[in-house]
Ligand binder design. Sequence first.
Ligand code: SF4
Length: 404
Amino acid sequence: MRGQATLFEGSNRLVYDDAIELTLQSMQAYGPSHDHWGIAWSGGKDSTATLTLIVHLIDTGRLQPPKSLTVFYADTRQELLPLAISAERIMQQMAERGIRCEVVCAPLDKRFLVYILDRGVPPPNNNTLRWCTRQIKVDPMTQALADRIDELDGNILMITGVRQGESAIRDGRIAMSCGKDGAECGQGWYQQVLPEAKGIRGRIATLAPLLHWRVCNVWDWLKIYAPLPEYGGWATATVADAYGGDEAEEINARTGCTGCPLTENDKALDTVIASPKWSYLAPLKRLKQIYRELRKPHNRLRKAGIEVLKSGRVAANPQRMGPLTFSARLWALGEILSIQAEVNSAARALGRPEIDLINAEEEARIRELIAAETWPQGWDGDEPTADTPIDTVYADGSVQPLFI
Ligand code: SF4
């Protein structure tokens, strides 16, 4: 798209670059064999580009509309504020066009912060405990899709924003892992997991019509083309801004949850708060530190010896570290609420939008389950904290006594 001198050729015919033409061809090839289409939309750059382009192509008659189009907006409650605000604006624009949009959110107890704080499941990490993407993104999306499919006859084509770039396609390296190299967290999972999910298996196909787009195609669409009335007049420029505008073209930014514990640095948040109008969000940087602190041994319980599971099998990892103590949970709750209060008082003083990390219903639920002394399955709370010196027990049952 870059380098095009004009948007129009002579008459009012819209000009598309090769990347968009290929997207159009892909939709024309696979779209008509499905009566119903859905779009999985996270509010991030790739899925926003996908959504607005598909609607634009339908609006301009380039693409035959399906019998029904449903947009599923994945609301994790952890979105970066500028992206959440852009998503709201785009939802309004869809409502004005009569497009059905469902906001998909995990049930109360499964939401990211509630799950950590009400039953003490440690924040996710890259190794053994990667529970978040499935729980706050894929499972709710699967449920929403299953409910929608129940209302429809026939199959549904689920359109995702998975994007791998030209070189990856050429090299056959189309990995469907979650969120690397500028991808949105969860997008590959939708492609990989949704078609096989229980309840919808066999009734859903997925298509990634922007698979071949390079990141500059995405920025150009979001910043230059989509906001123009001829291309839909979409409120997408703020999505690009949330990634840092022009700078983002260089860093190929990735976004996901605010303070995502799986990334080393909070590049997306750093980019947002570098902008003077969002600098009041800086206290959110402390979230990552809280997640790191929670994972430390003194804040968690540990199995003391060999653990026999319900199935009768012996657990493979004796003395594994487990859930968060009540004091750790209450400490983290207090810290997160104070970040929220600090940001929101600055927001009110500046006349800027407020954040909503933990709402009143979520706080009440967290306090209720802590008061009820709730532990995750397989733990009863009488285990020692993980910093307590104990004999070492090996998987074969042998014991290395503790010499003090
Ligand atoms: S952005 Fe991070 S915390 Fe959020 S679902 Fe993805 S991996 Fe998990």
